[in-house]
Ligand binder design. Structure first.
Ligand SMILES: Cc1cc2nc3c(=O)[nH]c(=O)nc-3n(C[C@H](O)[C@H](O)[C@H](O)COP(=O)(O)O)c2cc1C
Length: 297
């Protein structure tokens, strides 16, 4: 049983780079909202010493154009398609999920309930997940932010409201200054920080959620190497997504898959899947680790 490797939402344009998309076990779209959005004004991307800042702001064609124009083209890739769903109210999530539910091209839905670049929905995560659940029987993953006091509580709320899995983690808010002028480098000021700095936060979030729920977890946050992927599995993810690394290395899916196999073998695991939960058992708490859940793509 191999570990699925996906892209993180917003980090790969599958139609512009179909070969990269085909090298994944599933392609996750950029977040789609009910209405088209231009996103935030430029500058929207800034590199920092520890990762990347973005303030794209959910730029997307809107659900109608997505379903009519984009989805049929994505289906040609013959890779399972996960659609990331966003919005500003529970009704937005419900509407987008209802539009996608009858589409056979869609393998799963990921609810982006954690974008740092737009105003938060006034409803709780439980309400957003429940509203989506009422409109679809597709597998539903809730994507959470690590920038919360108790992520395990949100994970439990998502599970109780009908989520089938968790995607952990989204970016956290950060800011970079222009060295010369000391003005913020992003037009919006702050943006979402991704890349290497996020890995310890992702590890902590996945570790906590694995103990708190029975949901399968797609892990992401700062994965650059097979060793990084192995660590996310060890704390409890059973699939791994690649985000920021894809901007620098389009070969990353094949490379990380290869390195992950080597890293698992070096730790004495027969396969990478056997490393799932290893950080928990290494602590001597096997009773806390439930049967390893699976992400099916
Ligand atoms: C340029 C950019 C755009 C992103 N757009 C989205 C998005 O539309 N929806 C979403 O849920 N996450 C989005 N993300 C967050 C990623 O999916 C991922 O959660 C995050 O980057 C952490 O993974 P990484 O450190 O491997 O990049 C975006 C990230 C980047 C860098």
């Amino acid at each position: 049983m191999s570990v699925p490797i996906l892209n993180a939402s917003g980090c790969l344009d599958a139609l512009a780079a179909p070969a990269v998309a085909r090298s994944l076990d599933g392609f996750v779209t950029k977040t789609v909202t009910p209405l088209p959005r231009d996103g935030n004004p430029p500058v929207r991307i800034a590199e920092t010493d520890v990762g990347m800042l973005n303030s794209i702001g959910l730029q997307n064609p809107g659900i109608e154009a997505f379903v009519t124009d984009h989805l049929p083209q994505l289906a040609q890739l013959a890779v399972p398609i996960w659609v990331s769903v966003g919005g500003f109210t529970a009704a937005d999530y419900a509407e987008t999920c209802a539009a996608l539910d009858p589409r056979p091209e869609v393998a799963a839905l990921e609810l982006n309930v954690s974008c740092p670049n737009v105003e938060e929905a006034p409803e709780s995560i439980a309400e957003l997940v429940a509203a989506a659940r009422a409109e679809t029987s597709k597998p539903l993953y809730a994507k959470l932010s690590p920038a919360v006091p108790d992520i395990a509580e949100l994970a439990r709320a998502a599970e109780t409201s009908g989520a089938d899995g968790l995607s952990l983690v989204n970016t956290i808010r950060g800011l970079a200054l222009d060295e010369r002028t000391l003005a913020p480098r992003l037009a919006r000021g702050a943006g979402g920080l991704s890349g290497p700095a996020l890995k310890p936060l992702a590890l902590a979030a996945i570790f906590a959620c694995r103990l708190a729920t029975d949901l399968p977890i797609v892990g992401m946050g700062g994965v650059q190497t097979g060793n990084d992927a192995l660590e996310l599995l060890a704390v409890g993810a059973c699939a791994v997504s690649l985000g920021t690394v894809l901007f620098a290395d389009p070969e990353a899916p094949a490379r990380v898959r290869r390195e992950l196999g080597d890293a698992a073998a070096a730790h004495g695991f027969a396969s990478a899947a056997d490393a799932v939960g290893a950080a928990h058992t290494a602590r001597g708490e096997p009773a806390l680790v439930r049967d390893q859940p699976k992400v099916s793509v």
